[in-house]
Design a protein. Structure first.
Length: 187
């Protein structure tokens, strides 16, 4: 009788876990937009950049976000450049809002140590609102610095007490966010 009860409790716990993960996925709202003149399916390599002025999480959360995005992009056949000097088909960056609604206003076009923001080049200014708990992920053209694709996943960064659960929820949200990347080229 004990084995049946243990199995029943384990199955119940697995069911609750699955429902929790599905609920996390269901509550995550995603949207994206992209430059329809660009065939994004040609992007095979990317390099991370840091957006100047964007809210940054702590190092552990930053690592978790980058890992989740790297994992999803790798499953889609994209490869991260090994170093900042390696060529890449796209530059990628993310922004978040953990504490408040935030306006993200600009990024620099020059390359500098640790990302964009100094070293000459073109400046581009954009304004957008990021709501609390939202992850915004961008692809940029490395030559022109133009935004190629932007996706947003809301209700993604609301941490629980369990860091493993937070990472699972984040990975599910990133998978959902990049589910339709790359969009089919428009002719």
């Amino acid at each position: 009788m004990r084995n049946v009860r243990t199995l029943s409790l384990a199955a119940g716990a697995m069911g609750l876990l699955a429902m929790g993960l599905l609920a996390a996925c269901a509550t995550t709202e995603t949207r994206y937009d992209y430059d329809r003149r660009v065939d994004l399916s040609k992007i095979k390599t990317y390099r991370w950049v840091v957006l100047e002025g964007a809210e940054r999480p702590n190092q552990l959360t930053d690592n978790a976000i980058r890992e989740a995005i790297d994992n999803t992009l790798a499953r889609k056949g994209l490869r991260r450049a090994a170093s900042e000097s390696d060529p890449a088909d796209a530059l990628v960056a993310y922004q978040i809002s953990l504490s408040q609604e935030q306006q993200i206003t600009s990024y620099g076009g020059g390359y500098g140590y640790g990302g964009w923001g100094w070293g000459g080049g073109m400046e581009t200014a954009t304004t957008s609102t990021i709501h609390i708990g939202t992850l915004v992920f961008d692809f940029y053209d490395p030559a022109s610095k133009n935004l190629l694709w932007r996706g947003q996943a809301s209700k993604t960064l609301s941490p629980s007490k369990d860091p493993d659960k937070n990472r699972e929820r984040l990975q599910i949200a990133v998978d959902k966010l990049l589910e339709t990347f790359p969009p089919p080229p428009k002719t």
